[in-house]
Design a protein around this ligand. Sequence first.
Ligand SMILES: Nc1ncnc2c1ncn2[C@@H]1O[C@H](COP(=O)(O)OP(=O)(O)OP(=O)(O)O)[C@@H](O)[C@H]1O
Ligand SMILES: [Mg+2]
Length: 466
Amino acid sequence: MINNLNLLVEQMKIGVILTDRQLRIEYANKFASTLLTDSEIAIDGSNLSDFQVLSSNHVIFELSDCIQAQIASGKNNFHKTLIIKTEKTERIVYFTGQMVNGVSDALLLFTVADISGEMECIAESQSIFEDKHNYLVNKIIGHHETIRQIFRKIIQVADTGVNVMILGESGTGKELVAEAIHELSPRVRKPLVKVNCSALSESLLESELFGHVKGAFTGAYRDKAGKFELANGGTIFLDEIGEISLGLQVKLLRVIQEKTIERVGDSKSIKVDMRIVAATNKNLKELIRKGLFREDLYYRLNVFSIEVPALRNRANDIPDLVKYFIEKFNKNHSRSIKGINRQALRILMNYSWPGNIRELQNMVEYAFVIAIGNIISKEDLPADIMIVANMEKALNDQHLLAPLDQKELLNPISRNTSGRLKITKDQLEAMLAKNQWNQSQTAKVLGISRVSLWKKMKTFELEIPD
Ligand SMILES: Nc1ncnc2c1ncn2[C@@H]1O[C@H](COP(=O)(O)OP(=O)(O)OP(=O)(O)O)[C@@H](O)[C@H]1O
Ligand SMILES: [Mg+2]
């Protein structure tokens, strides 16, 4: 038995070393010799403190001191991650030591496991995490703790195939989150198919999702694959999920449960494999209570949920977002706006952003059209933002930047509303085009009356295109 044990210990892929109190080696198996000397030559008789050992931060480490200290402190076992350095290699090892009794004169038993491979894996997974994190940092702007938490959640859930529900007000970036989940998932080489569930009537949405066969309904001239089929192997993003009818909810539940679909007008089952990422700005629990959303579907879709915060709850991210959009529009509009002045920024940080980041993005684009100089100032902000920012909390918001002088805030509005809006023909034309030549809308955005707008258009000889 003892002989057999000896054979076993010799074959172990863990170094086993027995020493006396002075750390003189009484026995070391082959693996221990390999780790300490790169060869299987017996090291019995040498001393453990002869081998060069580094601590994990590469400081030369006196193993004997450490062991002696452990002995002196009365502890009878210890473990430590160390680096063993030989002429050829440097290995990360997990070292354990313990006091033993009754084995000849030996007092100490050590084991040494080579964990270099595991450490590489950890480093690799850390670098994968960093790559994913970098991708997110460049795509979703924001440093607020809620955003950092969203990054962690996206990275955590992307790899799994589970369905995800994204909640948040309109314009908060739900679609960006859905895209990131797909991009960072193993499904990335297959399509991400987006469907806005609120844009179509019930029957059109059904044929959009499930496809149809020729003759299924008036106008179905040929067979057509639905979005579920197109998303096969990939991800389907069901935006505004709170808007789908109860009838379609039952059908969606069946797709999730059975992983098959039937095209409208056909009874043939088609297998589909897709991950569902859904989004809504509705309170689904409330809809469930009112009987407008099925609870069973809710749980199937909401396996994992991500809530995207409203911009007003992370106003400190506004400067970075503005900078990001300025860079983006500089490229798109071939301009070289350098930034925004503090005063204008304060106004933006005090505004409540009901349309969230989409509204902020539109605002920066508006300022691009309006701005005469290369720094965006309060004169370049839309009148509605000025009015609301002023009325809401610009004057007494404690946790944001110091509020502005009321006169400063009111000034541009009175100037605008009195018709003294400084705008060039190109700027006005761009504003009208941006608002689909809707004059009431454009007048509202500019903070002038429709009549003033009409007069300006006449002065510039601007006419609504056919
Ligand atoms: N954190 C962010 N960083 C940069 N751009 C953002 C961020 N969040 C949103 N955006 C931009 O704002 C716009 C609105 O975002 P998105 O469409 O993702 O919002 P949403 O929540 O889906 O809105 P809705 O509910 O209205 O569909 C997009 O142009 C998006 O690129
Ligand atoms: Mg959206």
